[in-house]
Design a protein around this ligand. Structure first.
Ligand SMILES: [Zn+2]
Length: 149
């Protein structure tokens, strides 16, 4: 089981620092694919905030375009007035997007009980009452094929 780990965290931070080295606030994400490679991305910010996209969106679309599976994902933010970086749990929309690849996808979550303030959890644990489970055809989660249909 591939988890969201320190390497993935570091790749997200690298992406953030490459794109926005001096911004007081920034967000970036990194994801492991099923072949072990890593995709990274940043949030898309727009004057019209309704058009913004989460940092996970780029890696999710790229993985889907390549026909690969995301097996783990992490989103990291830099907040003004706060030292270091904060792992942001995936928002509901990103949980929904990652659900394509099943309940075992590991995601970095904000976790104050951890010394690092984050841990890796499977989507099923993050979203135990996933709405589409009602369409899982005897499984705990709809298949990737069902998501794509
Ligand atoms: Zn999101």
């Amino acid at each position: 089981m591939t988890q969201a780990d320190q390497h993935l965290f570091d790749r997200a931070v690298e992406q953030m620092e490459q794109r926005w080295p001096d911004a007081p606030e920034a967000v970036a994400a990194a994801a492991y694919l099923d072949d072990g490679s890593v995709l990274t991305g940043v949030s898309l910010d727009n004057f019209n905030a309704a058009m913004n996209l989460c940092a996970e969106t780029g890696p999710i679309c790229e993985a889907y375009s390549r026909g690969r599976r995301i097996v783990a994902s992490i989103c990291v933010s830099r907040e003004a007035g706060r030292d270091g970086f904060t792992v942001l749990s995936p928002c509901g929309a990103c949980q929904e997007r990652l659900a394509i690849w099943g309940p075992a996808v590991e995601v970095g979550v904000y976790d104050p009980s951890s010394p690092s303030y984050w841990s890796s959890r499977p989507l099923l644990e993050v979203n135990p009452y996933y709405w589409a489970a009602a369409f899982a055809e005897g499984d705990v989660w709809p298949s990737t094929a069902q998501h794509a249909s």
